[in-house]
Design a protein around this ligand. Structure first.
Ligand SMILES: Cc1ncc(COP(=O)(O)O)c(C=O)c1O
Length: 405
């Protein structure tokens, strides 16, 4: 079969592939623990359930304006004012099918063939693929070994006459790192001087620990939104645990929003009004739901740190936000795909190989689930890899003995 070369070269989403593998194992009755998935287990906030239920019972479920329902945009404007201290107009906002579509449409709308986008490792797996799909070139900047914070000089050095954008994701998936204010300030300044877009993927911006704050890029720019190089991406998937509703949004200069609106209109027409109503309900409802989710995730992070203390050989930089940790397991194996496969086969634990995020020798562990899952999952990983740990363990009701070294 003759298919598009470009489309055929797009990599399968490794997280989704691993989740599928885990689902099949579970179906076979295996005691699988999924530490691969980036999804909190909370129930949908009640205000979101009520708002989407009301929309559904109204029977008014039709196409919406391609850039989003006016009331949903209003909720985003208020969110932006409260969380970013920026007053923006409805023309600066577009609602999308998840933050994923926001990002794809941004790249599609700003890139010409062969334009470059600077991506900082470790990076979210989809960035390089999306950039390639839009005929751009991802240029990866990797921090010094043993850190997850890039050096500003390395970012500066990666800029060429073809650079169109830098994508910043802080708090970062997969490392949990928060970039320091001084670095964000310098990047804002650099982008303004060079006329480069700074795409801020803020999807985890309130999931921070130990009173750390991810200061928004806007705080370092005096430019009016229309003259701003900053593009902010956000959504309800992570902070409200509403992954299945598929709602994201972009705040950007109106010229970009206009182009993105045409792209969205010609590809998906609009976003479901039921999902938009749910997101609106979440944004306008009690915000304590975000704080309680954050507290639960911070507790899970603390459980993980406790478990990691007795894991000889693994090196971990403490996550300051998100629900991911990216331990360095090069003491056991440099090949992260082999490590993840080994952990699934021997310990029935799903993790994601760091190679997918541009950090070979590391694995991503999600602590979005429950504390007992984190404890047991880590105990199994230690049992499989760390020869100083006890060599017997129960996996489900089976007693397992480690017979390898
Ligand atoms: C860094 C980052 N950006 C964007 C997304 C996509 O969010 P959504 O589910 O709203 O499409 C994710 C989801 O895993 C993510 O980790």
């Amino acid at each position: 079969m003759k298919l598009s070369k470009l489309a055929s070269e797009i990599a399968e989403s490794p997280t989704l592939a691993l989740n599928e593998e885990a689902r099949l194992l579970k179906e076979r009755g295996e005691a699988v623990i999924n530490l691969g998935i980036g999804e909190p287990r909370n129930k949908t906030p009640f205000s979101a359930v009520l708002a989407s239920g009301a929309r559904l019972s109204s029977g008014e479920v039709k196409y919406t304006p391609p850039d989003g329902l006016p009331s949903m945009k209003k909720a985003v404007i208020r969110y932006t004012e409260e969380n970013y201290n920026r007053l923006v107009a409805p023309e600066n906002v577009i609602i999308t099918n998840g933050a994923k579509q926001s990002l794809f449409n941004i790249f599609y709308s700003i890139l010409n063939p062969q334009d470059e986008v600077i991506v900082i490792a470790p990076y979210w797996v989809s960035y390089p693929e999306m950039i390639r799909m839009c005929l751009g070139i991802p240029v990866v900047v990797t921090p010094e070994d043993g850190t997850f914070i890039p050096r500003f000089e390395d970012i500066e050095r990666a800029i060429s006459s073809s650079t169109r954008a830098i994508i910043i994701n802080s708090p970062n998936n997969p490392s949990g790192a928060i970039y320091p204010d001084s670095l964000i300030e310098k990047i804002v300044d650099l982008c303004e001087k060079k006329g480069i877009f700074m795409v801020c993927d803020d999807i985890y911006h309130k999931l921070t620990f130990d009173r750390n704050v991810a200061t928004p890029a806007y705080a370092f720019s005096k430019n009016d939104i229309e003259d701003s190089n900053i593009i902010v991406v956000n959504g309800v998937a992570k902070l409200y645990g509403m992954t299945g509703f598929r709602i994201g949004w972009v705040v950007a200069p109106r010229e970009l929003v206009r182009v993105m609106t045409n792209v969205l209109a010609q590809t998906t027409s609009c976003v479901s009004p039921i999902a938009q109503a749910a997101a609106e309900g979440a944004l306008n409802g009690l915000q304590s739901v975000v704080e309680s989710l954050r507290l639960q995730i911070e507790n899970n992070r603390n459980v993980l740190l406790q478990e990691m203390k007795s894991f000889s050989g693994a090196r971990l930089i403490e996550p300051q936000g998100t629900f991911y940790a990216l331990p360095d397991l090069r003491a056991f194996n440099n090949n992260s795909v082999e490590i993840s496969r080994f952990l699934l086969k021997k310990a029935m634990v799903v993790t994601v190989p760091g190679r997918e995020f541009g950090m070979e020798g590391h694995i991503r562990i999600s602590f979005a689930g429950s504390a007992p899952e984190v404890t047991e999952g880590l105990a199994r990983i230690r049992w499989a890899l760390d020869m100083t740990s006890p060599n017997e363990i129960y996996i489900g009701d089976r007693k397992m003995i480690r017979d390898w070294n």
